[in-house]
Design a protein around this ligand. Structure first.
Ligand code: NAD
Length: 265
């Protein structure tokens, strides 16, 4: 019996990057990841990859659902379809996110609202939809994908830093409200991880800051790490799975920074 045998886990934004790694790792330990993503094609591919990798090892189930996390009806439908198929939701990893970099003085209001909606409305809507099932079952583990930017600021990232700080607040409220139902809540806060989200930012930041892409990596992204290393998707998944496997609510309300020392608490 593995840590997550039979556990049903909705992971948003799991068609790519960090979310995909979390889904793969949950499946590797017997869990059933629900790949909830805007991009249904890519979500289907991730689910197929999981079935192909782990299907012959006794587990290996995965379910792809189309979900724009900012759309209440789509979130409700994805959760209802999961309940119809598996009868429960044990774990929610609210991970879907985007990045938009621009100086505050030029930040388009539409981009500000779009980013806050994906990170904050998405976290709220998916939490709310899953909670009623978790409360009924008296079991739930909720993990939000924060960032070092939940604790620290960088230039050019006003809505991202604002949203990631906000997730800490949401998680603390859920920790208080969820405790009597054995529902825990945590935030995992990675440093820079080489995913499509970061690869897109490197040329954008180079253009905004008028420096080379190599300088963006060395002197912006990894400047304050202790060893000049990127965090990996595997490192982030380790922390998420730690909280997802919690035996009780002892760690609830806490956040963990996974960043090669970029930010130390
Ligand atoms: P990614 O671009 O590789 O993956 C993001 C996924 O989210 C994609 O599959 C995309 O289709 C999906 N998505 C985007 N908008 C969505 C929406 N409205 N509804 C549903 N799905 C949507 O990015 P990533 O680097 O894996 O980022 C995942 C999370 O990790 C984000 O919350 C991000 O802020 C956070 N994070 C990333 C880093 C990093 O360095 N990569 C660092 C700290 C935190």
């Amino acid at each position: 019996m593995s840590r997550f045998t039979g556990r049903v886990a909705i992971v948003t934004g799991a068609a790519s990057g960090i979310g995909k790694e979390i889904a793969l790792r949950l499946a590797a330990e017997g869990g059933i990841p629900v790949i909830a993503d805007l991009n249904l094609d890519a979500a289907g591919k991730t689910a197929a990859e999981i079935k192909a990798r782990y299907g012959d090892k006794g587990g290996g189930d995965a379910f792809a659902v189309a979900m724009n996390v900012t759309d209440e009806a789509e979130v409700e439908k994805g959760v209802a379809d999961t309940i119809a198929k598996y009868g429960k939701i044990d774990i929610l990893v609210s991970n879907a996110g985007i990045q938009i970099v621009k100086p505050l003085v030029d930040f388009p209001f539409a981009d500000w609202k779009k980013l806050l909606a994906i990170h904050l409305d998405g976290a709220f809507l998916t939490t709310k939809a899953c909670l009623k099932h978790m409360y009924k079952a008296k079991y739930g583990r909720v993990i939000y994908m924060g960032s070092v930017h939940s604790k620290e600021a960088s230039k050019l990232k006003a809505p991202y830093v604002t949203a990631k700080h906000g997730l800490i607040g949401l998680s603390k409220v859920l920790a208080k409200e969820g405790a009597e139902f054995n529902v825990s809540s945590n935030v995992v806060c990675p440093g820079f991880v080489r995913t499509p989200l970061v690869d897109k930012q490197i040329p954008e930041q180079a253009a905004e800051l008028k420096i080379s892409e190599a300088d963006v990596i060395k002197n912006v992204m990894l400047k304050d790490t202790i060893d000049g290393q990127f965090t990996t998707t595997d490192d982030v998944a380790d922390a998420v799975l730690f909280y997802a496997a919690a035996k009780n609510t002892v760690h609830s309300g806490q956040s963990a920074v996974v960043s090669h020392g970029w930010f130390m608490q």
